[in-house]
Design a binder for this molecule. Structure first.
Ligand SMILES: [Zn+2]
Length: 621
């Protein structure tokens, strides 16, 4: 029986997946010419250099040089393995994969997800068992009904040192449990459970798989109140938001995202009629999380605790959110309450009133109680902080509106803010774009973990530098050579013409020579498979194809003529450069009264000039 190979299945899934549609669900794309463009989700940028080419079913970012096909996009953006991306796309397209379609290399992450899934089942079962009675009573006492607890798959990690280790030890090796962060190793090599006597909240990755856990103690005296899974190959706390997979549809509908700080806040908000709530996982909001939210093109309402820590956390969250292009409002709850306790005490209606009245960034910074008793920043520091944040806003209309709002909130002329802003921008340009100053002192003495933490920086190298001027590009390529190279990769007629005119020597760029050498030697353009392999491996090939559009119905003859035209332009340009060099040599010979050289140079120049004249009028030559 001829079973379908994994390779065939992959191609079938690829053919059934529309890259523009799939990328477009995560990255707002705009049609520009024949390509689709958007802001790159993998590096920080203000003008779109992220390109999706639907004809080639390929994406490429001219800023960070990442790119590939629909599979590599999902792998990069969801941090999943190839088999996971293949599975997701196959399910979407309704294609059944052969049993062997799952490769061996992804085993590790699969096993970690599997360990978390099994642990989640175990925690949920023990929550419902007699052992979980205390936890059930605790949460019921706080007003959480069963529907909500089920919805968030709340569980219970039993007391004792090895309940989970014992239960899962039969199914998975302890090293896997350890790597998933579920157990810890003692000095003697034995293992014990990380989560003990705690309520557990599974934190799901984009694909709906459990990536890690948050766990809360129910004993008031126990410290810390929360512990979380450690970072693992499947769990990055700066990249995930609790509740996001559940909230997706509601966020899209309501065009609003509520960002809170705690798991119970998210549950309480959903119970109170705000299913569009998410929370960070025990860290400050990161750039990566802000970008994940920006994909929804919704307004963000930060609902943070009414204490110093809450105010500082809200302030820290502003920068990544504004940088990601989001509109932000801030609600700091009164009397030291968090969303959970506030709604539990005062009810959903009271919260609704508060959230309706929530102010924007200017109102937040201008409000009186920014930092507890006596430690409030001066009015000047508040304005400076506002101006600093304005500098992060890319959209000119939003910036304009924020200027106006700031002027009203701080009682200053718009011109004054504008001047401060342009001074800031000027000085930033000269100091190399350094940021991280904190004029208002809202962040206190703490480090600012929200921005570009080690994981964030590692996964998106563009974040810290902001701009991409310093991209490693050893050679600046002539645009005409680029276009000619792109045509050689895709048009049979172009490669024939280039081969007839000297092959690899038509290119001055050694990079392009290296890229094209083998095809020029074989005198044929790459086949579709070969193009795919090439664009997978060579960012340059991808870039060339992304910027070079495909014209339908182009005949070989048209390709040949197109290539000829480019070769002519290249030839002319090179002749002009040689003439320019000769002119300089002639001037030098004149100064040195070297009549012998002068005659030779002048003759040479005349030759070149007539060639140039001839080449631009092919009919005459
Ligand atoms: Zn990029």
């Amino acid at each position: 029986m001829a079973a379908r190979s994994a390779e065939e299945a992959k191609e079938e899934v690829r053919a059934a997946s529309d890259i523009v549609q799939i990328v477009g669900e995560r990255v707002p794309l705009r049609r520009m010419g024949r390509a689709w463009k958007g802001l790159c989700p993998f590096h920080s940028e203000k003008t779109p250099s992220f390109t999706v080419n639907s004809e080639r079913q390929m994406w490429h970012c001219f800023g960070c040089n990442r790119g590939g096909d629909v599979f590599s996009f999902l792998m990069e953006i969801d941090k999943v393995t190839f088999p996971e991306a293949l599975t997701v796309l196959a399910e979407r397209a309704g294609i059944e994969l052969p049993a062997s379609g799952r490769g061996a290399g992804d085993g590790k992450r699969d096993r970690l997800y599997q360990a978390n899934a099994l642990a989640n089942d175990f925690f949920r079962a023990s929550f419902r068992s007699p052992a979980g009675a205390k936890a059930r009573a605790y949460l019921a006492g706080r007003g959480f009904d069963e529907a909500i607890l089920d919805r968030f798959q709340v569980g219970w990690a039993p007391e004792g040192w090895d309940s989970l280790s014992m239960a899962l030890g039969k199914l998975l090796p302890p090293t896997v449990l350890e790597e998933a962060g579920l157990v810890l190793r003692r000095g003697d090599g034995t293992h014990y459970d990380r989560f003990r006597g705690r309520v557990t909240f599974p934190i799901e990755a984009a694909a709906g798989r459990v990536a890690g856990f948050g766990a809360r103690s129910i004993a008031p005296e126990e410290s810390p109140k929360y512990i979380n899974s450690p970072e693992s190959p499947v769990y990055r706390k700066g990249g995930l938001l609790f509740g996001l997979p559940l909230a997706r549809a509601e966020i899209r509908d309501r065009k609003r995202i509520i960002v809170a700080e705690g798991y119970l806040d998210v549950m309480r908000l959903r119970a109170a009629g705000y299913p569009n709530a998410v929370s960070t996982c025990g860290t400050a909001l990161t750039t990566e999380q802000a970008r994940a939210l920006a994909r929804f093109e919704a307004e963000v309402l930060l609902v943070y605790d009414g204490d110093d820590a809450g105010v500082r956390a809200a302030d820290r969250a502003l920068e990544p959110l504004l940088l990601a292009g989001l509109a932000v409002r801030v609600l700091i709850l009164p009397d030291g309450e968090d969303p959970d306790s506030f709604i539990a005490k005062r009810g959903a209606a009271a919260f609704e009133d508060l959230q309706k009245a929530a102010g924007d960034v200017a109102a937040f910074l201008a409000s009186a109680a920014l930092a507890g008793e006596g430690a409030n920043p001066s009015p000047e520091a508040r304005v400076k902080r506002y101006v600093e944040l304005l500098g992060k806003v890319d959209d000119p209309i939003r910036r304009r509106l924020m200027l106006r709002r700031g002027s009203a909130a701080f009682g200053l002329e718009e011109e004054v803010l504008l001047e401060a802003l342009s001074k800031r921008r000027g000085s930033r340009r000269f100091s190399g774009g350094g940021r991280g100053s904190d004029p208002a002192g809202l962040s206190g003495a703490q480090a600012r973990p929200g921005q570009a933490g080690p994981q964030g920086a590692a996964s998106s190298p563009g974040v810290a530098s902001g701009h991409q001027e310093a991209q490693e590009s050893p050679e600046v390529l002539d645009p005409i050579e680029r276009e000619l190279a792109a045509r050689c990769l895709t048009e049979e007629g172009a490669i024939t013409e280039v081969v007839a005119n000297g092959g690899v020597n038509c290119f001055h760029s050694s990079t392009l020579q290296a890229l094209l050498r083998s095809w020029l030697q074989m005198a044929r353009a790459p086949l579709p498979d070969e193009i795919r392999a090439l664009t997978d491996m060579e960012p340059l090939a991808r870039a060339l194809l992304a910027e070079h559009s495909v014209e339908e119905g182009r005949t070989d003859e048209m390709s040949r003529r197109g290539a000829q035209e480019l070769l002519t332009r290249l030839g002319e340009r090179r002749l002009r450069a040689s003439i320019h060099e000769l002119d300089q040599a002639i001037r030098q010979a004149e100064r040195a009264h070297d009549s012998g050289s002068l005659d030779r140079l002048v003759a040479e120049r005349r030759d070149l000039a007539s060639k140039l004249h001839g080449s631009s009028h092919p009919a005459v030559s």
